[in-house]
Design a binder for this molecule. Sequence first.
Ligand code: MSP
Length: 506
Amino acid sequence: MPIYLTTPIYYVNDKPHIGHAYTSLATDVLARWHRLAGREVFFLTGTDEHGQKVEKAALDAGEAPQAFTDRVSQAFRDLTQTMGFSNDAFIRTTEKRHYAACQALWTRLADRGQIYLGGYEGWYAVRDEAFYGPDELTERDGVKYAPSGAPVEWVTEPSYFFKLSEWADRLLEFYEANPDFIAPASRRNEVISFVKSGLSDLSISRTSFKWGVPVPGDDAHVMYVWLDALTNYITALGYPDEGADLWRFWPADVHFVGKDILRFHAIYWPAFLMAAGIAPPTRIFAHGWWTNEGQKISKSLGNVIDPVALVEEFGLDPVRYFLLREVPFGQDGDFSRAALTNRLNGELADVLGNLANRTLSLIQRNCEGKLPAGPAAEADAALLEPLASLPAAVGQLLEKQEYHLALEEVFRAVRGANGYITVQAPWSLKKTDPERMVAVLGHLHTALRAYATVLQPFMPATMAKLLDQLGVPEDSRGLASLATPLPPGTSLPPPAPLFRKIEAGA
Ligand code: MSP
């Protein structure tokens, strides 16, 4: 079964920050995992370029919207390189094919009697590009705010509406029949109670500005940016051509989103799709938000975390590891330099790096750099036996997006291997029992190969380096190839350290 994974498409109102990198990183790790397991994957990311918020940002920058979005979109494309993302495509909502897809979806909804012309009168938050009911707002110093903290403004304009109110029962049935559709479970309950409280029809066009996809047959309106944006997920697969080659990837396996944009993905999106007669996605995973050293991240506080600077300082793979190891995916978490430094020094360098370095240096020194092999003794069982089930165990956790548990599973094994090397002390076996030394180093090599293989999605470049040092050919790095041992005697290159420690407090 082909796998389709998506990130949100990012607003091009500003440069990328850690939140963008985080959603895409989680998507990337799962995409890489499925490829490692031999599955066909389509991994999509891109930029959301229309709407009032982006138009305003262009205006503030003194640029025409298209020139502005070209420039900022490129920064998000560059981030995919910086972060080592393996996306198969990068979509922009200003592409012609996307206009065609949005207009085709609109026409389909209209043909099915799902759209009518009316007038919108109510509250709108440009920052969220969202409509809010009066009961959702709070007031401070005469200004009304949405639950997200975004200020709202009063809007009165002609608007087309989507008959969302007709879909509440069908959505509830759908959630019931598909208990894994919204994850984590706490978020699912939130969405269900929101839908149960009743849905109003949704305004899906705007007339007070022009920066959007024109409504077919009525140029005075541009489409509501969320209808436009959500459609990207099917544009990329060739919609409206449901015979396109890529269409076989639909429905999406996981749409990764932050908790702030769950409502759009878990309520509006399946309603639009069901109303258009298209299958809804399989799962929406809403992750939590990062704070920075205990503080909410915001431009006005000046504490936005720049992923490029972070990678420059700590290295890409430690940052990738930290973001998914430190906080259970789905929960809010706090970024701190001390925590990142501890993970890098205390886990990556001291536990994994050290095991690799000790093993590979001993092989180099005591086995002429040739892959050693020998019989397994009873004392080796605790190291070797769990290896066979490691990929399945990690896979099961990743399929539930439990990244931190998957990493914990692997590192528990790595710590066990460190215990093994200490007890077996192959360095002293050289004189007392050289045959046993050869066997012990061979087993450690087998274990390291398994750890490096399953860790590739998290730390692709560093694990490639480790697999090089272990002498594993590039075409033998998939999960299935773990079943075939490397030929004993394979020459191993001289080892080099995998991680660079950061001085604490630096
Ligand atoms: N354009 C919409 C998505 C449309 S998808 C059809 C959008 N764009 S965004 O640029 O605002 O995307 C932000 C993404 O980054 C969201 O998934 C959001 O949750 C995430 N984050 C923004 N700040 C964040 C943190 N401080 N921490 C973690 N993620 C956060 O929404």
